[in-house]
Design a protein around this ligand. Structure first.
Ligand code: AMP
Ligand code: ZN
Length: 114
């Protein structure tokens, strides 16, 4: 998607602090971190929201969680736990319409979320 910010990260058209990349996903540091560790994990395929995932994306959706686990295991600050957040549309505060998992940690999280 030409105008999509995160497609631009995938295509290296804008800089990002990439911490993991393979054929299917990219993980990079959030530009405005909400915790000591705040990573965004995205599929390379442009999918706007969770609601836009189809049967065809079954493997992709599973892969995102496997990749999140793989990334988290390698970060010492996440040893005591972390949170994965996926915002969907306006009420959740989704700002970038390219599916992404927030991996947040390095501090005690509050519940319920704001
Ligand atoms: P969301 O509100 O769930 O759509 O989250 C979008 C996230 O993308 C926010 O946490 C932003 O701080 C982050 N963000 C926006 N632009 C960039 C960028 N160029 N590089 C890294 N993170 C970004
Ligand atoms: Zn995109």
């Amino acid at each position: 998607m030409e105008k999509c910010l995160f497609c631009k990260v995938v295509n290296k058209q804008i800089p990002a602090k990439i911490i993991y990349e393979d054929d299917i996903v990219v993980a990079f540091e959030d530009i405005n971190p909400q915790a000591p560790v705040h990573i965004l994990l995205i599929p390379k395929k442009h999918v706007e929201t969770v609601l836009d995932l189809t049967e065809e994306d079954k493997d992709l959706a599973g892969y995102l969680f496997l990749a999140a686990g793989k990334i988290a295991r390698d970060i010492e600050a996440l040893n005591d736990g972390f949170r994965i957040v996926v915002n969907c549309k306006e009420n959740a505060g989704q700002a970038v319409f390219h599916l992404h998992l927030h991996i947040l940690g390095g501090r005690r999280m509050q519940w319920p979320p704001g």
